[in-house]
Design a protein around this ligand. Sequence first.
Ligand SMILES: *Cc1c(COP(=O)(O)O)cnc(C)c1O
Length: 388
Amino acid sequence: MDSKKKGLNTICTHEGQLEDKQHRGAVSPLYMGTSYAFEDVDVKRYPRYFNTPNQVGLAKKIAALEHAEAALIFGSGMAAISTALMAFLKAGDHIVLQNMLYGGTYNLVTEEFEKFGISYSFTDGLAASDFESKIQENTKVIYIETPSNPLLTITDIGAISQIAKKHGLVSMIDNTFASPVNQNPIDFSIDVVIHSATKYMGGHSDICAGAVASTQEHMERIFGLAKNLGGSLSDYTVWLLERSIKTMGIRVRAQNVNAQHMAEYLESNGDIEAVYYPGLKNHPDYELAKSQMKGFGGMLSFELKEGLDASQFQKNLKLIKSSMSLAGIESTVLSPTQTSHALLSAEERKKQGIKDGLIRFSVGIEEPEDLIADIEQALKVVGNLQLQ
Ligand SMILES: *Cc1c(COP(=O)(O)O)cnc(C)c1O
């Protein structure tokens, strides 16, 4: 199937599906085998070689979703990120990374790279010049994440891929927050696209997985390291993830609509100091987001007005739960200062613009009226606390 000619939901539903020849069932059969007869000398199927029937089928679907030639599925987003990075970096090399990054990626770089002799620079800002100014003679990779966590900043994907091409670097993006529904970086000439499939691809808060998509040539290099590191995903979870992705298009599009609705509501609410959502016209990068995204996504963040207690607010929400993760069909909130960015110093958080009262909101598929009612009753409680 030429995936470029097929629409999103058709790819989600059909691409890479395995045929049940034995019983003609409607879904992919699940092959849990770890042992297969040699089909020929080149094909030795084994789960850690990323080539069981279910792994290969799902990889095709993810490659098609990202307009890539090939993909691999990993046991977590961090397995995908670490394998992709290390496949292109060796002792003596240097990498340029954007300053706003997922906490786990930041930890990987700052806690592990030095012992492998890999040096790194974080940008000061997100402009193309901020990236270019950090490039050194030994730079090999440039790494971005857009929209970013937790302030939903936008990085210019096309500008970064051009800089990478100009300097002969491999460009990589963490595309988790957008999902392939809202953003396809390969269309903007990015080399390697990475996902935590734990988030929108899984979408039901019950799968931990990751994925990398790129050209055949790059994926062969990544596979070369992946089989040695051993970060493949078990076939049962592969099968569950395939099922989850079938509804990814409709889920994420519903979350786009709900997040826009909630962002506009929060912006109009007098108890809210600031709302960060790329779909709001006053977001500093609204036009850029519009030019590179098909939808603005289901993630936003906001701050309560001075004097309103953000942690009491979260405790008093009833429908919307506090949760470490994101991107499920259920709405959740999190305080970056207390969780995802707790390891950063107060100084570092301030530099990144993350205030203590910031609340990250992963908008689900519930009816927006019910989400609003929940927020209003919680605001009322914290308003009364302020008066006491
Ligand atoms: C969750 C997340 C990751 C890490 O994924 P895991 O599946 O938890 O390993 C990486 N990047 C982003 C943007 C994430 O949200």
